[in-house]
Design a protein around this ligand. Structure first.
Ligand code: FES
Ligand code: MG
Length: 577
């Protein structure tokens, strides 16, 4: 079924083959770089999109790792070119890295389109880089393979294992409660991130690389390999070799990212206890492939998929390094075989079913059998009601079950600084039954949809020993976060969504089994409040933020730019001069 390309059919041949002045220019400039014609002519040119930077802690090994990819490309007869790409990092980007996911997607699409590249290896891993690179490459349409950065080693301090994010929040609460010393706090600071690689809990990075893996966009199981493991180097070289072959096979991403692949990815995400961010990114990625994956589809899969990866924060005990030693994603997918579409084609040129052959679980406490899951269902749940007519997202598996049905008075904050000040007030008038609400924190309000959704528990309650309470926002939360947090309320308050009308003291009711979230305020009163509501001032008057504000879609639509979605208009196609 595969028709092999011949060298004259290479995309790069349009730059280098013709006997005309422009192509003369292209060839002479390659020679300026020190290459002879036979180095690059009639060979697949593989762009290696590298999101390395000196401030991207999770990709610090990419500077060396790219050499392994190049080695693989050359071995297979291709010509590797490293293309530096926007290094959207989670550790330092303010106000939030999510503001720049779409910028990376645009850069990826245009970098590929405008250069003589026949195929690409996408080097990413830190949260937004996976969806950003994949979204852009899907729109560009050349053969692509995703190279996940891999998780960092387990954290360690004083003999205790530390998990990215999750233990930072946990120890921070203990510090606020006065239960640990400054020296211990500094010890945690030095031990929680101690190697290259992405967060090693099942946070957004591990979730999104698992999704890319389950979609068939990585080498089988590549997402589970720790960043500093020699397996990761070997995997990188294979990515290079495989990218060359994919070009000859014309294995384009539209043949891989099908409805079946997106569904497989969603099922796997649910079984891993995925980050809530998966919802936004999965929808956006699927839409770039022209597939209308909805919140309701995800809720449906969440209801029937058991959580079998015992990896924190949804799982209790283990981290990504343990997950790899237990067999990794292939072993997890093997457990789900009956639920997946095994005919889905992957970057290997084989089906998902073929890729999973021989996969085994080596530790069934880390990767559980379906008969003994960590949680029977509900990695993610989608809520609706008069507070969130277009949906909101919750992670039932990561919160105290007593909040699954809960009613209490709202305590509403209009901004992060206002909330921060209040929760540090030891005399704040708050009970464990209160519902903390943060608004103006959505895609437009944040701005950029920051990860503020795990609102800190008020100091007054921390000191009484409380560690969870119901919280609602139109923000996201980190994939490493946990607790009874309702997120992604849509439409967001900043554009007048009903969350904007909620007032402190109103009774809020969550009924998770029936997927409802409502404010118990009568309709006439809501109409009165709506009439009195005034739209806030825009955040941006110029630049990228201005463009973002005009074109970003709401959380339930994936927060892509409207003009980048598939079907928005006729594609720019190939450069014709
Ligand atoms: Fe990069 Fe968590 S900070 S993955
Ligand atoms: Mg994160």
């Amino acid at each position: 079924m595969t028709h092999r390309k011949t060298p004259d059919m290479l995309r790069s041949a349009r730059w280098f083959a013709p006997d005309d002045l422009r192509s003369f220019g292209h060839r002479s400039r390659m020679m300026q770089l020190g290459y002879a014609e036979e180095d690059f002519r009639d060979r697949p040119i593989i762009g290696i999109l590298n999101t390395w930077s000196e401030l991207n802690t999770c990709h610090s090994h990419f500077k060396e790792r790219v050499q392994d990819v190049k080695r693989g490309v050359s071995q297979a007869g291709g010509f590797p070119v490293e293309m530096p790409s926007l290094s959207v990092d989670e550790s330092f980007t303010k106000p939030t890295s999510m503001l720049y996911r779409n910028m990376l997607a645009m850069e990826t699409e245009e970098t590929i389109r405008s250069h003589p590249l026949d195929g690409v290896v996408l080097m990413g891993g830190c949260d937004k880089t996976t969806p950003g690179l994949v979204m852009g490459a899907l729109s560009a349409g050349v053969p692509m393979i995703y190279l996940p950065a891999g998780p960092m080693l387990r954290g360690n301090y004083a003999g205790k294992i530390l998990g990215s994010g999750s233990d930072a929040w946990k120890y921070w609460d203990e510090r606020r409660a006065g239960n640990i010393t400054d020296a211990e706090w500094l010890g945690v600071q030095g031990g929680i991130a101690r190697s290259a690689g992405t967060c090693m809990t099942m946070g957004t990075a591990s979730t999104m690389t698992a999704i890319a893996d389950a979609m068939g966009l990585t080498l089988p199981g590549a997402s589970s390999i720790p960043a500093v493991d020699a397996n990761h180097q070997r995997m990188s070289a294979v990515c290079g070799r495989r990218a060359v072959e994919m070009v000859w096979e014309d294995l384009t991403p539209d043949r891989i990212v099908t409805e079946a692949a997106c569904r497989n990815a969603a099922i796997v995400a649910m079984a891993t206890g995925c980050s809530t961010n998966a919802v936004v990114h999965l929808i956006a990625m699927a839409r770039r492939a022209g597939i209308n994956l909805t919140l309701d589809d995800l809720d449906q899969l969440g209801r029937v998929t058991p959580l079998i990866a015992n990896v924190r924060p949804s799982g209790k005990d283990y981290l990504m390094e343990d997950f790899f030693y237990a067999g990794g994603l292939r072993a997890l997918m093997k457990q789900l075989e009956d639920r997946l579409d095994l005919t889905a084609l992957t970057v290997t040129g084989k089906t998902m079913g073929e890729n999973l052959m021989g996969a085994e679980v080596y530790n069934d406490d880390v990767i559980r059998p379906l008969s003994n899951p960590v949680y029977h269902q509900g990695s993610l749940a989608v809520l609706r009601g008069n507070l969130c007519p277009n949906g909101a997202v919750m992670k039932p598996a990561a919160c105290d079950p007593r909040f699954h049905v809960h009613q209490g008075p709202a305590l509403v904050f209009d901004s992060y600084p206002e909330m921060k000040k209040a929760i540090d007030d030891e005399y704040l008038d708050v009970t464990p039954d209160h519902v903390l609400v943060l608004r103006n924190a959505g895609p437009l309000g944040g701005p950029g949809f920051p990860e503020w959704g795990m609102l800190p528990i008020p100091k007054a309650l921390i000191k009484q020993g409380h560690r969870d309470m119901l919280r609602i926002s139109d923000a996201r939360m980190s994939g490493t976060s946990y607790g009874a947090c309702i997120l992604h309320v849509s439409p967001e308050s900043y554009i007048g969504g009903p969350l904007a009308l909620l007032q402190t003291g109103d009774i809020v009711r969550l009924d998770l089994p029936s997927r409802r979230l409502d404010m118990l305020v009568d309709e006439a009163e809501l109409v009165r409040r709506r009439d009195a509501w005034k739209a806030p001032e825009p955040h941006f008057q110029r630049g990228y933020g201005w463009m973002f504000s005009r074109h970003v879609t709401q959380a339930d639509q994936g927060c892509d730019f409207d003009f980048l979605e598939t079907g928005f208009g006729k594609s720019a196609g190939e450069p014709d001069i």
